[in-house]
Design a protein around this ligand. Structure first.
Ligand SMILES: Nc1ncnc2c1ncn2[C@@H]1O[C@H](COP(=O)(O)OP(=O)(O)OP(=O)(O)O)[C@@H](O)[C@H]1O
Ligand SMILES: [Mg+2]
Length: 318
């Protein structure tokens, strides 16, 4: 792919299931992410964030529209080969608990869950250690994965995903379930990674703005399977777009390069009125309206994908 070509290029990408459920609805997602950009994908539960990430990970085809990843068009390229060039970090993924941390990172070189020791030479081992150092985990190299904390494991997963030197790193809720020090260590590592690898593009799905690293350059806000806003983080991670995205009056602040969000003072949760109509607090939103799609008969493929890549036990090759 050319240097200026987007790492991710989606044109009116839509996803629906064979049953007609609209996961990414009309008009679809049109989005380009380039080298050196660090995107946050934000939205409420069920907004379609993981669905969008599965397109970027080449684990799912769009039902309509066009998706190119690393310059290759889904549907016209070998997805298995393409996936080997994409780093994915999924909290659900696991490597065998008995594996050493270094061994777990090495499995990233072969895209396997079980280590293929004869395939790892001096260069691979040096790279694994270098990545562990970059993620602040050098001291864990000899430890069994099963003895690592959640936060440590998450950083090990990122080091593993970086083994094949991917141009694109995808992270689905990397900070979820981490305590404050573990989250801060993770976000610090991601910021250092961005500085150390200026060509790398990342996409991070998050529920909370507090879970975004200071390296975040852009954001895409999703709601109900449609884009609410996208663009530079400084414009998108702001009161108006975030309030529209969550249908809640939100105050966004940024300090030391990090974001935080909270409901505006005086806000009260929506409660049902006696006649069944919702009583919502007064707020102005700019919610994007995706036109409902009623034709559940047209899909040829529902895009239901092979299981997501990762380090699930029992897998031998991703
Ligand atoms: N096979 C399916 N059939 C019907 N609906 C589905 C199917 N797969 C996903 N969905 C629905 O599509 C919507 C989007 O799912 P997705 O996992 O992309 O959301 P998300 O934004 O990642 O949510 P979360 O924040 O909870 O992880 C959800 O409402 C989900 O229930
Ligand atoms: Mg999700």
């Amino acid at each position: 792919m050319g240097v200026d070509e987007p790492v991710l290029d989606l044109r009116e990408a839509r996803v629906w299931t064979a049953q007609g459920a609209q996961l990414l609805r009309a008009p679809g997602v049109s989005w380009a992410a380039r080298r050196g950009e660090h995107w946050a994908v934000i939205g409420p539960n069920g907004a379609g964030k993981s669905t969008l990430l599965s397109l970027a990970a080449a684990t799912r085809h769009p039902s309509a529209g066009a998706v190119s990843v690393l310059g290759r068009r889904l549907g016209r390229t070998n997805l298995w080969a393409l996936r080997e060039e994409i780093g994915t970090v999924d909290a659900a993924s696991t490597v065998p608990a008995w594996l050493s941390v270094e061994g777990a990172v090495l499995t990233g070189a072969t895209g396997t869950v079980q280590p293929l020791w004869d395939r790892y030479g001096v260069a691979e081992r040096a790279r694994a250690r270098e990545l562990l150092a970059l993620l602040g985990c050098a001291h864990l190299a000899g430890r069994e994965v099963g003895t690592c904390s959640q936060g440590e494991r998450q950083r090990v997963r990122i080091a593993r995903a970086l083994m094949p030197a991917p141009a694109l790193l995808l992270l689905d809720e990397p900070a979820t379930g981490l305590d404050l020090p573990a989250r801060e260590a993770l976000l610090g590592a991601l910021a250092e990674l961005a500085a150390a690898r200026p060509d790398l593009a990342t996409v991070t799905v998050a529920h909370h703005l507090e879970d975004l690293s200071s390296a975040t350059t852009h954001a895409l806000l999703l709601r109900d399977g449609a884009v609410v806003a996208m663009g530079p983080a400084t414009e998108t991670l702001a009161d108006g777009p975030i309030s529209a995205c969550f249908e809640l009056p939100v105050r966004v602040t940024r300090q030391d390069g990090r974001w935080s969000a909270r409901a505006a003072a005086g806000w009260r949760a929506v409660r049902p009125a006696p006649d069944g109509a919702a009583l919502a607090p007064a707020m102005a939103t700019t919610r994007a309206t995706g036109s409902p799609v009623t034709d559940g008969t047209s899909p040829v493929t529902d895009g239901t994908s092979p299981a997501s890549d990762g380090m699930r036990e029992g897998d031998t090759k991703r």
